[in-house]
Write a protein that binds this ligand. Structure first.
Ligand code: NDP
Ligand code: AKG
Length: 396
């Protein structure tokens, strides 16, 4: 916080989470085995509005990870000027080990444990890794059984159950809006720019589809199984269809097959990590060949790699800006639920476009004016906004 003028007392308030919840979730599997899972919800800051942020299901979820993801949400909602604070949650579980019925019971039991701490004006969960619209539908239903009908308690729901048109694709769409602005500023033509995308889940697959639609050349993609590369450009539609049918990247027949981690060091202009955190780190930072990194995932670059890449002149668009499209359209969904009204997807996409490009412009302008990199500029704006709200509210 050295580049900012935030007093020490406010700084202490901003770096610590308001509340960290850890719960035990016992679950009887279909074969009669009892397993005990750990669930978390960290509510980082609500100076600017109700806590907001996704729920992640993954084996390595723990309190430390959830805490740092929750703080990113505080800065993300502030940077995009949404009337929210930041939270994150998750369950330490490998979703591949549970069937659909078991996942539903696990989700409902998690809600039973945390329902007193969430609510439409308190804390509003949403999808993140390995959770989706169906997970959100179960949360809405379980919460409503306990508190009465209340769709606005969670966003990212199915369109047929109070979800917003455009939410599913919103994060990937926002990533591409940011890339379009960046390329304009850098005087680059998308059609002559090469991209590598790590992760073909919700965020990566929509980002790939929209970039492909704009004529960008995607030369590499990966998932957990591996990577595929073709310097002439990959047939993105075909690969996404293969994945949609349940295939993985390793099983895709075209292009050159590579180990997944090699995706990050392939020759390309723009690298889009859209999977997990800390993937660009001290082990591989010197081998990164991209000139631009757009953080579609949360926290894909470690602080050490960030310093190294900045010194090398790599331009990096930070997660709190690049992947904010999801929470922006979550906000639209919440507003529609509160008003019992629904927008058409065209309206959501247009509002998303202006929210994301305006945030990008503010960051770029400050970076230029003060000679900062984009991450520092984004944090200066976000922390300044939360700090101001905290002072205005008064501290008791
Ligand atoms: N969903 C959202 O709206 C938002 C998500 N994000 C962030 O975006 C990232 C991706 O989330 P989302 O798309 O929702 O998650 P999904 O669960 O839909 O997809 C995750 C993807 O990442 C792949 N993956 C996981 N580990 C690796 C790895 N080590 N190497 C390569 N690929 C890997 C998975 O592969 P496989 O399918 O083979 O398991 C899958 O393709 C996360 O960091 C999340 O926090 C940020 C903002 C909003
Ligand atoms: O849509 C939301 O509320 C939050 C999405 C999320 O978890 C994120 O942006 O990291």
């Amino acid at each position: 916080m050295d580049v900012m003028d935030v007093g020490q007392n406010i700084e202490a308030l901003l770096v610590t989470a308001n509340r960290s919840i850890s719960v035990k979730i016992p679950l009887e599997l279909d074969d009669g085995t009892i397993r005990v899972f750990k669930g978390y919800r960290v509510q980082h800051n609500n100076a600017r509005g109700p806590f907001k942020g996704g729920l992640r299901y993954a084996p390595d979820v723990d309190l430390d990870e959830v805490r740092s993801l929750a703080s990113l949400m505080t800065w993300k909602t502030a940077l995009t000027r949404l009337p929210y604070g930041g939270a994150k949650g998750g369950i330490a579980v490998d979703v591949k080990e549970l069937n659909r019925g078991e996942l539903e019971r696990l989700t409902r039991r998690f809600v039973n444990r945390i329902h007193d701490f969430i609510g439409p004006q308190t804390d509003i969960p949403a999808p993140d890794m390995n959770t989706n619209a169906q997970t959100m539908a179960w949360i809405m239903d379980q919460y409503s059984m306990l508190h009465g009908h209340n769709p606005a308690v969670v966003t990212g729901k199915p369109v047929d159950l109070y979800g917003a048109e455009g939410r599913e694709s919103a994060t990937g769409r926002g990533v591409v809006y940011v890339i379009e602005e960046l390329m304009k500023d850098e005087g680059r033509d998308l059609a002559e720019t090469t991209f590598c995308i790590q992760g073909l889940g919700n965020v990566g697959s929509y980002a790939a589809r929209f970039l492909d639609g704009l004529g960008a050349k995607i030369v590499g993609v990966s998932d957990v199984s591996g990577a595929v590369y073709d310097e002439a450009g990959l047939p993105v539609g075909e690969i996404l269809e293969h994945v949609r049918k349940g295939g993985d990247v390793k099983g895709y027949a075209g292009g050159d097959a590579l180990p997944g981690e090699e995706l990050l060091t392939l020759p390309c202009d723009v690298l889009v990590p859209a999977a997990v955190g800390d993937v660009i780190n001290r082990e591989n930072m010197r081998e990164i060949r991209a000139s631009y990194i757009v953080e579609a995932a949360n926290g894909p670059v470690t602080p050490e790699a960030d310093d190294h890449l900045r010194e090398r002149g790599v331009i990096l668009v930070p997660d709190i800006l690049a992947n904010a499209g999801g929470v922006v359209v979550s906000y639209f969904e919440w507003v529609q639920n509160l008003q019992n009204f629904s927008w058409k997807e065209k309206q959501a996409n247009a509002e998303l476009h202006s929210t994301i490009t305006e945030a990008y412009r503010r960051v770029r302008k400050l970076a230029k004016r003060r000679g900062l990199d984009l991450r520092t500029a984004a944090f200066v704006l976000a922390i300044g906004s939360v700090g101001k709200a905290t002072v205005l509210r008064g501290i008791y």
